[in-house]
Design a binder for this molecule. Structure first.
Ligand code: TYD
Length: 344
């Protein structure tokens, strides 16, 4: 334990995929905490994700932008610690337009850091980042993995914006002695993921009878971690992480996109005929793989919910059983993005 006493925790971006899973977990597992969730509710933030806790006296929602300094000053004054999830996170969108990524990820993080410092006290902040800041690993050296010492080498506007925010968090600790911990996690899967990301995109496409757009040759490798394993890691970093440190979290679950696609097709009772090979993503990172041994050693954390096929099967089932959730999400503005990205 860091010795901090959390009465009220500020969560930024709590209406997104990972943030909402974290809010559910923290309310369930830390009955003494109150959570204030600040979320701007842009396209991917969805209050439906937290309907079940809306009536709780331990939960409060504030709609607003993390880059709004006056708002953040007010929230920080009445919170004891912050977990900062709020971010634009979709690589393909950052290729179409990086403006929102700089606003939310870079400016937003700077504003939060400044507000935490201005609020005084020893407020702990967990800055939730991504393994994508490390860039890409080669396919022909399978033993290589990202450690916390791996130099940052971001390749997309998204990962560049996250790397910038990680540098701000690092500098806040180094220059001002702020109590900031940064976490970097691999690809998440699970309930409430916005269906622009590959797993919910492919599952919901197949339910709708559409093909699945596989980029390039499908050989790119991702390490898949269940969102609850990630959230447990963030909670451990909040309570036990050392100030100024970075902690990696991975699922020890590397799959090529083709293997992932074939698994999803199998679970959906479909075959290869549903794959549509589409043009590769520009600058597409080849492989992400994470060494989580520091988090295991220092935080006592390990991934316990990520193993396939069971975890993938349960996730696919969640989207099949929660059709109303994703049908609402897939309507409206999302349609425009979909046709811009994939046509049709
Ligand atoms: P994504 O879910 O966008 O996560 P990230 O790019 O942050 O890893 O994509 C995961 C992998 O799936 C990535 O290698 C790109 C690939 N992909 C496709 O092949 N087709 C798609 O339509 C999408 C969205 C992703």
């Amino acid at each position: 334990m860091s010795g901090m006493n959390i009465g009220t925790l500020l969560v930024t971006g709590g209406c997104g995929f990972i943030g909402s899973n974290f809010v559910h977990m923290a309310l369930r597992e830390r009955p003494g905490w109150k959570i204030v969730n600040v979320d701007v509710l842009s396209y991917s933030g969805n209050p439906d994700n937290l309907r079940a806790v809306e009536g709780s006296p331990r939960y409060e929602f504030v709609r607003g932008d993390v880059a709004d300094r006056a708002l953040m000053d007010g929230l920080l004054r009445r919170c004891d610690a912050v977990v900062h999830f709020a971010a634009e996170s979709h690589v393909d969108r950052s290729i179409l337009d990086s403006g929102p990524f700089i606003h939310s990820n870079v400016l937003g993080t700077q504003v939060i850091l400044d507000a935490v410092r201005a609020a005084g006290g020893a407020r702990r902040m967990v800055h939730v980042s991504t393994d994508e800041v490390y860039g890409s690993l080669p396919l022909d050296r399978p033993e290589e993995r990202f450690t916390e010492q791996t130099p940052m080498a971001p390749n997309s506007p998204y990962s560049a914006s996250k790397a910038a925010s990680d540098c701000l968090a690092r500098a806040a600790h180094h220059t001002f002695g702020m109590d900031v911990v940064t976490t970097r996690c691999s690809n998440n899967f699970g309930p409430y993921q916005f269906p622009e990301k590959v797993i919910p995109l492919f599952v919901t496409n197949l339910i709708e009878g559409r093909k699945v757009p596989l980029y390039g040759d499908g050989r790119n490798v991702r390490d898949w971690i269940h969102v609850e394993d990630h959230c447990a890691g963030v909670l451990a970093a909040l309570e036990k992480g050392r100030a100024g440190e970075v902690y990696n979290f991975g699922g020890d679950n590397e799959r090529s996109n083709l293997e992932l696609t074939m698994s999803i097709l199998g679970l959906m009772g479909r075959g290869e005929e549903m794959i549509e090979r589409v043009k590769d993503r520009p600058g597409h990172d080849l492989r992400y793989a994470i060494d989580s041994s520091k988090a295991q050693r220092e935080l006592g954390w390990r991934a316990t919910r990520s193993a396939w096929p069971a975890a993938l099967d349960a996730t696919v089932r969640w989207y099949r059983e929660n059709e109303q959730w994703w049908r609402r999400v897939r309507s409206g503005a999302y349609r425009e993005y979909y046709s811009q990205q994939y046509g049709g």
